[in-house]
Design a protein around this ligand. Sequence first.
Ligand SMILES: Cc1cc2nc3c(=O)[nH]c(=O)nc-3n(C[C@H](O)[C@H](O)[C@H](O)COP(=O)(O)O)c2cc1C
Length: 312
Amino acid sequence: MIKTWLTERFNLTVPLIAAPMGGTANGNFAAEVARNGALGMIAVGSRATPDWVEQEVASRPPGTERWGIGTLAWVVDQRPELLDAALAAKPPLLSISYGPYARHLEAIRNAGSVVTTQVGTLAEALDAEQAGFDFLVVRGGEGGGHGRDVMATLPLLQEVLEGVELPVVAAGGIANRRGLAAVIAAGAVGGWVGTAFLGCAETAWTDEARDRVISAADGDTIYTRSFDSGLQLAWPPEFGGRALQNTFSREWHEREPVSMEANEQMAAAVTDRDYEIAPLWAGQGVSLLESKGTVAEVVEEFARAEELLRRW
Ligand SMILES: Cc1cc2nc3c(=O)[nH]c(=O)nc-3n(C[C@H](O)[C@H](O)[C@H](O)COP(=O)(O)O)c2cc1C
């Protein structure tokens, strides 16, 4: 078993956190991750409500530290009741990423949660260290969903490992045992992984969405703000999102703001689950996804990082 600060702190058998993924990582998913020895995050995304948080938290496995809640700083800043609902559940880990987090840190600490944030530049990492986070998630632009696209995971990870004292978890493009072994060999205490779980039966995704990520190949993702404009979400401009390319992104990428007609088209597509218009957030690691499977199988694959590390 690989032992790191992360596995010791949360009693994990694999140095792995299943990333919070809005509309994807619910309580059932997080519970399955925890049962298999990693840490499962429940995502409180831009469309969550306090009732939904309460309902999903109820699905977590009892008596374990292997779970957490991932919030979006710009969302909870506007809707603090979402953070209140998250903290009421006393999550062992709480992440607050993308936006103004500082004024919420005291409440998170008072709830007794370990607190982390995703950073995309060295400057952001240094600010987060100053602010008092317990560990940092260093996330490169190849990752799925939102974040910065300033640096790729590997150069950013090296910079931050040299520049900060806090434990560092790596994110963005860690797609199998090889990626996890690489970041641990470099000095990270674990991996924060989203895309590799997108083929799993236990997420909130539809089967058609899973089929789409399974068949994606190299170059099929795009980092864009067009989907957020289509969805009329007020993401801070420095955080675009990486998703599968589709008809909508081909038409609107770098032509934002999109037209009112496109907004209406997007709203209908979300309801109809039309993935040629609505986004499927996914990172570059999507080309390594070859078949649908279960959380148990994905966590087992990452646990095999140990075999690679032992070779040395
Ligand atoms: C479908 C999807 C939804 C996401 N939603 C969120 C979210 O709600 N909150 C968040 O902090 N990060 C979110 N992310 C980003 C992940 O936390 C993480 O940074 C990313 O998945 C890591 O890169 P990878 O996808 O290459 O593993 C999302 C990622 C994906 C793939």
